[in-house]
Write a new protein. Structure first.
Length: 84
């Protein structure tokens, strides 16, 4: 996780990530918030997906791929650095 990025939780567990280095912001849903918070634990994508499946109802079978896409997007935008 880029240490300068700020997570601001809003209503209903939605949040905004703000990168002051680039002045870019992105809105994330509750699953994105949970994924973001799990990234600090230095666990892999499969462990993040397993935790999401335990914590949320009706998680699709494609959750691992969707989380990987989410992480890749955040890497490309400078919100974090990761080895997938």
């Amino acid at each position: 996780v880029n240490p300068v990025v700020v997570l601001r939780k809003e209503f209903d567990e939605w949040a905004v990530l703000f990168n002051p280095d680039t002045a870019e912001a992105v809105g994330i849903n509750p699953v994105g918030v949970a994924s973001w918070e799990l990234l600090d634990q230095q666990i892999d994508i499969h462990e993040i997906a397993d935790t999401i499946r335990q914590d949320f109802a009706d998680v699709p079978g494609s959750a691992t791929e969707e989380i990987e896409t989410f992480i890749t997007d955040l890497v490309e935008r400078g919100f974090l650095g990761a080895e997938l």
